[in-house]
Design a protein around this ligand. Structure first.
Ligand SMILES: Nc1ncnc2c1ncn2[C@@H]1O[C@H](COP(=O)(O)OP(=O)(O)OP(=O)(O)O)[C@@H](O)[C@H]1O
Length: 249
């Protein structure tokens, strides 16, 4: 298959993606790409279609139309192979809450077939970070900590792409700040990050964003470019401006 002249293809390429549930169109002909090493944000209010898009990129939901490539693998045809390239932290909390962080990490390491030395190194890091919390049931930890343990588990198989669906939803401001520091750390180590959020102020931490509304992509670019295009000073204002002009126009 010839998909153009890229020497290094993007980490994610989405072309003409559509998802219908019956007659309802949740994702309506969207296209975008995410470069390797980029921190890319998919923004939109509740119900915009972000989770549906993410689930199709992860190969968990079949598109009605369109094509998706992850690390140059056609997800629509080879979802299992594509998933080996992806670390996914879902919107709903994805650890065993009655198990401790230590037990969760051991479990996911065994599941992914992570070498013992690597598992040991992860356990040591987790233990020194969490202290006593390392051996307590996950449900007793603050949400911000739980999400960071979840992130660690999602990264155990060392995927080049990290997909995070509303990872800081409900997390307090300090926990959100710490989570974003971790995202930057992963990015500086070469991971590509796709993150969805409805916190517009958080989206300004992304290098590029795409704004979704009612299944469509309204705008895409660096936060500064989007603000300049709509003549606003924040992404929040830009988003409201776009949605209103979309509605009226
Ligand atoms: N399995 C399904 N069957 C029918 N409709 C669905 C299904 N999954 C999602 N939808 C609808 O598709 C639309 C987009 O949902 P989606 O979860 O992708 O939005 P979102 O932007 O991620 O918002 P949220 O943060 O609330 O999840 C919503 O109107 C939702 O009700």
């Amino acid at each position: 298959m010839n998909r153009g002249q890229h020497t290094t293809p993007p980490m994610i390429e989405v072309e003409g993606l559509v998802k219908r549930f019956g007659t309802f169109i949740a994702v309506d002909h969207i296209s975008f790409s995410v470069a390797r090493g980029e921190v890319f944000g998919l923004l939109g209010a509740n119900g915009a279609g972000k989770t549906t898009t993410i689930r199709m990129i992860c190969g968990l939901l079949a598109p009605t139309e369109g094509r998706i490539f992850v690390d140059d693998i056609p997800v629509h045809r080879r979802p299992r192979l594509a998933r080996t390239r992806i670390g996914y932290l879902s919107q709903r909390f994805s650890l065993y809450e009655d198990l401790s962080p230590e037990e969760n990490l051991r479990f996911f390491s065994a599941l992914y077939g992570v070498p013992q030395d690597t598992t040991k190194a992860h356990l040591a890091r987790l233990s020194s970070w969490l202290g006593e919390g390392f051996r307590q049931p996950v449900r007793t930890l603050p949400l911000g900590f739980r999400q960071r343990v979840g992130l660690m588990c999602a990264l155990l198989h060392d995927p080049p792409l990290l997909i995070l669906d509303e990872p800081t939803s409900g997390v307090d401001p300090i926990g959100r700040q710490e989570f974003w520091e971790e995202i930057y750390r992963q990015s500086s180590e070469g991971k590509t990050i796709l993150v969805t959020t409805h916190y517009m102020e958080e989206a300004e931490y992304c290098q590029r964003v795409a704004i979704m509304h009612q299944g469509k992509l309204l705008n895409e670019g660096a936060p500064r470019e989007i603000m300049a295009r709509s003549g606003t000073r924040t992404l929040q204002e830009a988003f409201i401006h776009m949605v209103k002009s979309g509605d009226t126009g």
